[in-house]
Design a protein around this ligand. Sequence first.
Ligand SMILES: NC(=O)c1ccc[n+]([C@@H]2O[C@H](COP(=O)([O-])OP(=O)(O)OC[C@H]3O[C@@H](n4cnc5c(N)ncnc54)[C@H](OP(=O)(O)O)[C@@H]3O)[C@@H](O)[C@H]2O)c1
Length: 361
Amino acid sequence: MHTKVFREMKYRRMGHSGLWVSEIGLGLWKWGDPVYDGSRIGEHEGFRILDHALELGVTHWDTANSYNFGSGNSERLLGRYFASREKKVRNELVLATKVRNSVRDEHKMSQDFSPNELGSSRKYIIRAVEDSLKRLQTDWIDVLYDHFPDNLPDGSWETPLEETWDAYNLLVSQGKVRYLAVSNRTITQLEQESNALESVASNPSRRIIGVQNAYNVLQPFKLSSLKNLATRSDEKDFLDYIEKKQIGLVPYIPLAVGLLTGRYRKGNIDTSGRLSDQAGEEWRDEFLTSRNLELVEKLNLIAKDKGCSLAQLAIAWLLSHDAVCSVITGITKMDQLKDNAGAISVSLTKSDLAELDKLIS
Ligand SMILES: NC(=O)c1ccc[n+]([C@@H]2O[C@H](COP(=O)([O-])OP(=O)(O)OC[C@H]3O[C@@H](n4cnc5c(N)ncnc54)[C@H](OP(=O)(O)O)[C@@H]3O)[C@@H](O)[C@H]2O)c1
């Protein structure tokens, strides 16, 4: 695989495109205004971490318009950061955001939304991107994700696919967006959407270049669909499909929301961690299972043998897949950034990979 090096970081291409992304990226879901939006880190410490991320070459930053209960504050924090730094910073970065969900007005705790204030209609997508650009205080978004599929329970699309993808095509033509990607998709959806984009695109270079799905060494089966019923064979089919189509994979929850860092151990659960806070409630039952906690013990032993941290082992496993272009860990502390960035120096041998594969199958 062709890679580049910038500062202390390695870069891979995102899918079939000319865009280079740092192998380690930043996931900014829990960044915002912790006093009122359920995020875990605000501007004061956040800016210090963002500065250091740049020094390390960690330049792929991932947010969404609706993070932290639709507050829009993750994007606002980034906007204030860009406004306070020299222009070069914005040029160095690959800034990714997502639209589809509703966003509250600033400082509003709750709000009613009309049916046109979410989803994948031309009306909403264009408005949502224009609002994101204002919050982000930038003229362009490097990678725009369609956050969730606009599917009805019977699997059909609520908005005609050609309308959705024509709106995205227009945003690229207007220079507001550079590249298009999707999130939380199955193979069928990727295929239908790629075809829809191809049918409306102004030129063949307009493609879906990336997909952001849940993927980590504890729950590899989640890749192909969010359902726990999926299997490792579904995972393989998904990887084969995106490699064939040259769609780059950006795994989310790469550290299983912190479980793959050794902070949640059998009989010793970190009560200050994200899985323990109020917003983490919805994840606890799924993640803190005896199966997962037992696997963490075994993975920890492998990490010790390799002389790396558990987080680094989990990231290195993801990067061992050619389909993966960047791993966006949701760090909230400076030490976590340094730890995770160090994962690019961990190389897993064939026998390491076989051992991991056996463990998680
Ligand atoms: N497209 C989607 O639908 C979607 C869905 C979910 C996430 N995402 C994206 O993916 C990103 C990553 O996912 P995620 O943040 O949910 O989960 P994650 O990266 O699996 O885990 C993040 C948590 O792990 C802990 N952590 C990270 N590095 C650590 C280290 N080295 N040592 C100890 N603890 C460490 C932090 O916990 P503490 O905060 O407790 O310290 C952090 O909140 C998000 O930020 C977001 O950008 C996208």
